[in-house]
Design a protein around this ligand. Structure first.
Ligand code: C2E
Ligand code: CA
Ligand code: CA
Length: 767
């Protein structure tokens, strides 16, 4: 035995070893020689039980162990203490009468039974035994099988042959057998931080002690010996060794939770043993009984073999399911991280940061928000390349983290924009922190051999109770631009005067209201293609606004604006109407060559309008359009918010429209949503596609996702594919549909029509 211990041979341990060796020698000699003072051989028993109690008690007080493990050893100590009493009682049984006897009195048996029951209970109290109902049922059945087999064996080989058949002796043997089985079960299932080696030693001790019962027939003519003289020293020594091992090894490294094994050999072994016994008894008799015994045994063997084959198959199947679930969980975890963290710098990203602001606002705690933007970052990117730019962003993010306090949050909003959330600071405290932060961040740095001195502009504003996350950020942004205009490399507090200067949003909103009437809006259509050949599979409608004074305004500007002021409902109605009209026109003019699917983006506000599905039905009917040609693109956040939107999506799906989940992977709870929402298409966001050709977490997710998407019987579209390399890599990963500048930019409807008629001509030439 290996003890990585201090002082392995201290006096109590030496004493225990001495007593054990003495007992073995005493028993061995007693087999051939009659001792004149037999009681001497009994004295080690209570002494060893006392030593075992002492060791368990010391282990239960060891400060290095956790509570559950210490409690286990405390209870085990109580069982040992019971055995001190039990052994003394046993001595009284043997020597208290007129003649020396081997018989164990009822009192002694009760004490032994109590000690074993205590051990059993201690084992069952271990944390691993908080298991499922069917685990318990399986355990109970195994116990019944082993108890029955053990009982028959003990009866057949020992008690049946003894004149003094002792029923309580049988009971003690059975409890010992059940304790042993429990040890084995606990060992297989893992036992918290309990040392497994210790458990093994204990199991061995209990097993050996119980099996000394098999020696009973040998001792029939030797009243000066009993099996207790062996059983005791063996079990007590195992207790001492186990307790010391646990104490010197400390707690087990980590709680091991092995998966519950579904297949067990125990019942089969037990049946085999009993059938062996049956054959042993019946075969010498010959005749029809022996034939019957043969037949029953053979039949059982066949049934068992058949059973095992099925069980094996089932358990293999279950293992596969387990492995898949495990994988799914791992991907969800990666996705969760991806959703809340910026891949380049590892700090929080915009959604995580907005969420935290909203929480703080809801909690009513005071906080300050600072928005930081690198001055002239574009110059670094252009002059030294994106690599240098990325390295600079990483340096800045590290320096920011060093400059803030432990409860502050640093996030990257995208590009060269960072933000700080500083709870519990007043104006003076904030300025003190920012002074140190600017000094720290604006230190010179060498990036890829170039000496750079970063400068940042900071906009600062305090959160107000009536704020939203977007409003706080807007004020910080306005203040940040003021800092930039003032020359950069400084911070500026937000002031309401700044709002009057920057009320362009309001003006833009007013213009947007008239844009529909003035016919300034139009749709462009971006092809969605099949991989690898790039054949047209469908198009996505994207809105454009040609402003009379400002020229083309990107949807990234005016869609969020329309969403915040409610204009999106009217705007969206126009977009959907126009897309349906165009789709019907293509279908009329190009028949089978028309795009099979036309996608339209529908925002959350639109979906939540009570009449939306009905409006859609009327529109499709008016243009006589097959609903399955239309794909409604929604985002996760749209359907997560209210039940109304989810209900609308279900109704659209029931009408025959297809549903696509847009920007997949950037939202909140990704995978779980797919269970509730009838989604056919999943648009994997550009941020994943961007990383697909490098060894990035995004690439891992792209690879893993496709299996899950196919498993859920959905189709994936990879968004924002910009290079042939990305397209090739995606195709090899199993993606069949893609969209992006590599294939086509969004095109006016006329150019799509041109594409379609080119295809028709080509086909006509072929036929
Ligand atoms: P989205 O729905 O994710 O649309 C895809 C956006 O990615 C489009 O930008 C498209 O032009 C762009 N894109 C496509 N391929 C590539 C590529 O290879 N590289 C890059 N860098 N970009 C690519 P767009 O048209 O500016 O639209 C931006 C967002 O505005 C859309 O994102 C969508 O959320 C919203 N939007 C656009 N049109 C509509 C509309 O009609 N209704 C609503 N509710 N939202 C719209
Ligand atoms: Ca879209
Ligand atoms: Ca998208």
């Amino acid at each position: 035995m290996h003890f990585p211990s201090r002082r392995p041979f201290d006096p109590p341990f030496v004493a225990a070893l001495g007593l054990f060796v003495f007992s073995l020698i005493w028993f061995a000699i007693g087999l051939v020689h009659v001792w004149s003072v037999p009681i001497i051989g009994w004295l080690p028993l209570p002494l060893m039980a006392a030593l075992s109690t002492y060791e368990c008690w010391r282990t239960s007080r060891s400060p290095a162990l956790d509570v559950a493990t210490r409690r286990f050893w405390g209870r085990f100590g109580v069982a040992s203490a019971l055995l001190i009493a039990g052994s003394i009682s046993n001595i009284v049984d043997s020597f208290g009468g007129a003649v020396i006897t081997q018989n164990i009195g009822v009192r002694t048996q009760l004490i032994f039974g109590a000690a074993l029951a205590m051990i059993l209970w201690t084992l069952l109290r271990l944390p691993t035994w908080q298991r499922s109902r069917s685990d318990w049922i399986r355990f109970a059945l195994d116990t019944g099988i082993v108890a029955l087999t053990g009982g028959v064996l003990i009866w057949h080989f020992t008690l049946g042959k003894l004149a003094t058949t002792s029923h309580s002796g049988l009971a003690v043997s059975l409890i010992a057998t059940i304790s042993l089985l429990t040890f084995v079960k606990v060992l297989a299932a893992g036992a918290g931080r309990l040392d497994r080696g210790s458990l093994r030693i204990l199991a061995l001790g209990v097993g050996l002690a119980a099996s000394t019962g098999l020696l009973t027939p040998m001792l029939a003519d030797k009243p000066h010996l009993t099996t207790s003289l062996l059983a005791f020293p063996v079990s007590q020594l195992s207790g001492i060794l186990a307790a010391r091992r646990q104490r010197f090894n400390g707690p087990a490294a980590a709680p091991v939770h092995a998966a519950g094994r579904r297949f067990s050999l125990v019942p089969y072994l037990a049946a085999a043993v009993l059938y062996g016994l049956l054959l042993k008894v019946e075969l010498p008799r010959g005749g029809p009984e022996a034939m019957l015994a043969y037949a029953v045994t053979g039949l059982t063997l066949l049934v068992v073999l058949r059973q095992i084959t099925t069980l094996r198959d089932n358990s293999r199947l279950l293992d596969t399911v387990d492995a898949n679930l495990e994988q799914l969980r791992a991907y969800q975890k990666q996705l969760d991280h991806q959703v809340t963290h910026d891949p380049l710098t590892g700090i929080s990203n915009r959604p995580a940061w907005s969420g935290e602001i909203s929480n703080r606002l809801a909690g009513g705690e005071p906080f300050v928000v600072a928005l930081l933007d690198l001055d002239d970052f574009k110059v670094v990117n252009d002059r030294y390349g994106h690599h240098a730019g990325d390295a600079l962003l990483q340096t800045i993010s590290r320096r920011l983290r060093e400059a803030v306090r432990s409860g502050d949050t640093v996030a990257r909003l995208g590009g060269d924009e960072f933000t700080l959330l500083l709870p519990g600071l007043d104006e003076r405290g904030t300025e003190e922190l920012l002074r140190g932060l600017l000094a720290g961040v604006q230190r010179p740095v060498v990036i890829e051999g170039h000496d750079l001195t970063p400068r940042i502009s900071v906009g600062v504003t305090a959160g107000r109770p009536e704020d939203t996350a977007g409003e706080v950020l807007r004020r910080a942004d306005v203040a940040m631009y003021a800092a930039k205009r003032a020359g950069g490399g400084r911070w500026t507090w937000f002031d309401t005067v700044m709002d009057q200067l920057a009320d362009s949003d309001a003006r833009l909103g007013a213009d947007l209201r008239q844009a529909i009437a003035r016919d300034e809006l139009f749709l462009v259509y971006q092809p969605i293609v099949e991989l690898p050949h790039g054949r047209l599979a469908g198009v996505e409608a994207l809105v454009r606004w040609r402003h009379p004074d400002h020229g083309m305004i990107p949807p990234g500007i005016f869609i969020p604006l329309a969403e915040s002021n409610g204009q999106i409902v009217e705007l969206g109605r126009w977009i959907v109407g126009e897309a349906v009209r165009q789709t019907a026109q293509w279908a009329r003019e190009h028949g089978d060559d028309a795009p099979r699917k036309v996608s339209v983006n529908v925002s959350a506000r639109q979906l939540s309008e009570p009449g939306f599905p009905a409006e859609m039905a009327a529109l499709l009917a008016r243009h006589d359009l097959d609903p399955s040609r239309l794909v409604v693109e929604i985002t996760e956040t749209a359907v997560l918010g209210t039940g109304v939107a989810l209900e609308a999506v279900r109704r659209l799906h029931a009408m025959g429209l297809r549903i696509a989940l847009d920007d997949f992977g950037t939202g909140q709870s990704s995978l779980s949503l797919l269970v509730d929402c009838p989604v056919t298409w999943l648009k994997v966001d550009k941020s994943f596609v961007d990383g697909v050709t490098t060894a990035s977490p995004q690439a891992v997710i792209v690879d893993g996702l496709i299996g899950i998407i196919q498993g859920l019987r959905m189709e994936a579209v990879a968004e924002g594919v910009e290079t042939a390399e990305q397209a090739d890599r995606l195709h090899r990963a199993g993606y069949r549909y893609a969209q992006g500048y590599h294939f086509a930019r969004p095109l006016p409807a006329t150019e799509i029509a041109l594409l379609l008629s080119m295809r028709e001509t080509r086909q006509n030439q072929l036929t």
